[in-house]
Design a protein around this ligand. Sequence first.
Ligand SMILES: *[C@@H]1O[C@H](CO)[C@@H](O)[C@H](O)[C@H]1NC(C)=O
Ligand SMILES: *[C@@H]1O[C@H](CO)[C@@H](O)[C@H](O)[C@H]1NC(C)=O
Ligand SMILES: *[C@@H]1O[C@H](CO)[C@@H](O)[C@H](O)[C@H]1NC(C)=O
Ligand SMILES: *[C@@H]1O[C@H](CO)[C@@H](O)[C@H](O)[C@H]1NC(C)=O
Ligand SMILES: *[C@@H]1O[C@H](CO)[C@@H](O)[C@H](O)[C@H]1NC(C)=O
Length: 302
Amino acid sequence: MAACVVLFVPMAMAGWHLSRNKVLFFSGALFVSLAVCIHLIPYFPSVFPSSPTVLLQQDPTPCISLINEKLSRIDVSDLLNGSWIVVAGDSQARLFVVSLLDLVLSLDEMESIQADLFKRHSNYHIVVEEIGMKLDFIWAPYATNLTHVITDFKRNNTYPDVLVMGSGLWHMLHFTNYSDYGVSLRFLRESLIPFLPVGSDSTRGFHLFWLGMPTLINRMLNTEEKRVKMTSEMCNLYDQELYKSKILRKDGGVFLLLDVENLSKKCGVDCSSDGMHYNGVVYEACVHVMLNALLIESHQKL
Ligand SMILES: *[C@@H]1O[C@H](CO)[C@@H](O)[C@H](O)[C@H]1NC(C)=O
Ligand SMILES: *[C@@H]1O[C@H](CO)[C@@H](O)[C@H](O)[C@H]1NC(C)=O
Ligand SMILES: *[C@@H]1O[C@H](CO)[C@@H](O)[C@H](O)[C@H]1NC(C)=O
Ligand SMILES: *[C@@H]1O[C@H](CO)[C@@H](O)[C@H](O)[C@H]1NC(C)=O
Ligand SMILES: *[C@@H]1O[C@H](CO)[C@@H](O)[C@H](O)[C@H]1NC(C)=O
């Protein structure tokens, strides 16, 4: 709307006879005034009873309002400069990696890595030279695979700065046994006991995030087997196991939850083509939630 005002108001005021420079001048002046107004309105809510911020929150298109606090590319580069990030999990984790790389790479660079990044069931490693960021994606569809990843870190005695893990969908499809899932999560928790926060101290510079399962839209799932096994009841039971296993920070564990379930539910049916994998906007929102948490934890000021 602002763009229309900026373009058409000067034209309407003076007809089509204005020179290009004058149209540019008027447009520029209008743009600046509009920008100033819009940014001042939130500070004077009484003057403008129906301020734009209020209107935005009632926006009927939920995807747009998923992200409250986006970080710019430069902020992200600053924050992740020199860090090692490991993301381990299934295809959800891979989509998370795509959204993260989207923030630090250019469009051309993204295109050139697509083929490698999407090799089925394989690991992926990239070093983003400009910001000295190292990123590993580890294909680890089951919680037992995640435990092995932790064991490897311990054996090498090297730990990434940021570790993002998630699992559940594969287990639900191939085992459909929530109590067994719970058992595997408890093994994972045990392997992480050395990293439990001590007092109010967080996990010693080792930041852990849990990439939750998405909301499944049963009727959209692309095989009969999935539709039969991955019901909403089963999803709830798997969720309960996640909480009972106490691996999440809020239950006394190490992982901060990236709530994919909630975010994907908000985005809704239009955001998914197979009822399981969602559009980039959902994973992008998760990435921003993670970055904001890192920002707070590292006490960095932008
Ligand atoms: C990353 O950090 C190094 C020094 O630690 C600095 O020289 C470089 O400019 C930083 N790069 C970015 C993109 O912030
Ligand atoms: C993950 O774990 C499963 C079952 O424990 C195992 O069969 C599979 O080989 C493991 N995959 C990887 C990549 O480690
Ligand atoms: C452990 O070290 C070996 C050898 O340096 C390396 O190949 C492997 O990727 C490392 N594993 C992890 C999880 O860091
Ligand atoms: C589910 O897993 C539990 C724990 O591993 C096991 O005791 C039980 O027999 C399994 N149930 C089925 C139906 O396989
Ligand atoms: C889901 O998101 C809403 C806000 O959009 C929040 O009020 C609610 O607590 C969230 N649910 C969970 C389980 O975090």
